[in-house]
Write a protein that binds this ligand. Structure first.
Ligand SMILES: [Zn+2]
Length: 99
């Protein structure tokens, strides 16, 4: 079902901005992250992007440290390639990333 080598490439590649040009539906992006995919069914919205949506199971798992922030950041970075002007960063990073 999932191409895990592709998945591994996502975390290992610093310059993943290029993924933005790949013709990938942003709503499918989460499906390439197996742990996000599993949680997605628990999100309130079927088309949840796990950004600002309320009752998002992925963000709850992040808060509970059930999934890693580096994975979530990789996800966001790829998503950013598609979305040019979203301001979701500020309320998502919160205390986990104070750099
Ligand atoms: Zn979600």
């Amino acid at each position: 079902m999932f191409d895990l080598s592709f998945d591994a490439k996502i975390i290992d590649t610093p310059g993943i901005k290029g993924f933005g040009v790949v013709d990938m539906d942003k709503y499918e992006l989460g499906d390439y992250f197996p742990e996000f995919f599993k949680l997605k069914q628990h999100c309130k919205f079927n088309d949840c992007l796990h950004l600002k949506e309320p009752k998002c199971a992925v963000k709850e798992a992040l808060q509970n440290e059930e999934i890693s922030w580096s994975r979530y950041k990789s996800y966001l970075q790829i998503l950013e390639g598609e979305e040019e002007t979203e301001h979701y960063r500020t309320d998502i990073w919160n205390e986990e990333d104070n750099e």
